[in-house]
Design a protein around this ligand. Structure first.
Ligand SMILES: [Fe+2]
Ligand SMILES: [Fe+2]
Length: 411
């Protein structure tokens, strides 16, 4: 299946999920990208270089899934474990054809200017150091503010102090010059930043994008989300593989199977907004913590709905979460609206329920009877799942369980 998409929009919107990792300091990636782009422009870089810089800088912290890691990076000018997220980010980007050329640069985005090995290409050094400089300017801004003139002067003094040890002198000079304009700082506020990116995204072309490319992008984001929960590694990837096979058993077209697989890979994007402490908590959750867990479905579909061409994927996810997470009174409201759960959402429910049951279980602890119970419950919710199909799905899941059929991993 082919999609008509603006790839600038796809990257911009999906990195919104990465920005959630900051919890109380969201949009770090976007601000770093804006700062880098403006410094590059001030240095007279050509448009193609600036566009590449913008995409890389938006993705620069894709190796960060945990809120604690984000906080350490933002609160310290330099941090001894910083290289871990650079290496992880570089590996993730390598798996996506349109991002793989960013990998070498992202691997070096916390490397000090005076520590680059002599054999590293000059252009790679400058790109990486510009992202590093922009990232640190934003980290200083979040820590000390940049509203008053003495706060802006303080940020300039720190950057000057660590040049040329951390930063390239010509990048530092371009920043200092730029930072004397009020406009530069005003754009770091949430609304102006949104308009700034809207203009850039709208200049992107609509392209014909094959499913394989979207799957690699979706798998990269699924990996980022799954890294948040070490106890259930590859959850989204396993669900995606199960869901696709179940969709085939339901005789859905290849295009519909593609949509379900993508929905499964993207389904947990909103989880990045949940603080690690809540996800790791072994005692009961407070009301506020439960609200944070419950809104992940809402956040996921809000992200995906912003991508023109992803409407149906967002709709599948929205139906799925409404059914899985809604309290009974909300369900009766939905029933009044005569909302049927689409088959695609039911498939996602079966795959997720099965994976959840499977997680932490052995084939002794999940029995054929339990599989039948899961399917019976789900069938009553879905008006479109035929009984024959139900039997095919049950035998597939039992076979999966008994023979240990491995789901297909993409990375
Ligand atoms: Fe970073
Ligand atoms: Fe960063």
């Amino acid at each position: 299946m082919y999609y008509q998409l603006n790839l600038r929009e796809v990257t911009y919107v999906l990195t919104e999920a990465l920005d959630y990792v900051g919890i109380n300091d969201i949009h770090h990636g976007k601000r770093a990208a804006y700062i880098a782009y403006e410094i590059g422009k001030n240095m007279g870089w050509r448009q193609a270089k600036l566009d590449k810089l913008m995409l890389m800088a938006m993705l620069h912290d894709c190796g960060v899934s945990l809120t604690d890691v984000h906080n350490s990076i933002v609160c310290n000018l330099d941090w001894e474990d910083a290289q871990i997220h650079c290496d992880r980010g570089a590996k993730l980007l390598q798996s996506v054809p349109i991002y793989s050329e960013f990998s070498d640069i992202i691997a070096l985005h916390h490397t000090h200017w005076d520590q680059f090995l002599p054999q590293i290409d000059e252009e790679i050094k400058l790109y990486a150091n510009l992202i590093y400089l922009s990232d640190r300017i934003d980290a200083l801004r979040s820590q000390f503010g940049a509203h008053l003139s003495q706060e802006k002067e303080y940020i300039r003094s720190i950057i000057r102090k660590y040049t040329p040890e951390l930063f390239a002198p010509k990048l530092c000079d371009a920043f200092i010059e730029l930072s004397h304009t009020d406009f530069f700082w005003h754009y770091l506020e949430s609304d102006p930043l949104h308009y700034y990116f809207k203009e850039w995204v709208e200049k992107g072309k609509i392209e014909t994008v094959p499913f394989s490319l979207l799957k690699s992008i979706a798998s990269m984001f699924a990996n980022i989300v799954d890294a948040k929960d070490q106890s259930n590694k590859h959850q989204s990837l396993m669900v995606a593989s199960l869901a696709r096979n179940i969709a085939e058993l339901c005789h859905l077209s290849i295009g519909e199977q593609d949509e379900i697989e993508l929905a499964a890979l993207f389904q947990n994007l909103g989880k990045l907004r949940i603080p690690d402490a809540i996800l790791e908590k072994s005692t009961s959750l407070s009301d506020d913590e439960q609200i944070k867990i419950k809104r992940q479905g809402f956040d996921t579909q809000i992200i995906l709905r912003q991508i023109k061409g992803f409407d149906y994927i967002a709709k599948i996810i929205s139906f799925y979460y409404k059914e899985m997470m809604s309290p009974p009174q909300e369900k009766s409201y939905q029933a009044k609206e005569n909302t049927l759960i689409p088959l695609e959402a039911s498939i996602l429910m079966i795959a997720n329920t099965f994976q959840t049951q499977l997680h932490g279980s052995t084939k002794e602890t999940i029995t054929s009877v339990e599989i039948d119970t899961i399917l019976d419950t789900l069938i009553t919710k879905s008006h479109q799942l035929e009984r024959d199909t139900k039997e095919d799905i049950a035998s597939y899941l039992k076979c999966y369980l008994e023979k240990g059929i491995e789901p297909i991993f993409y990375m």
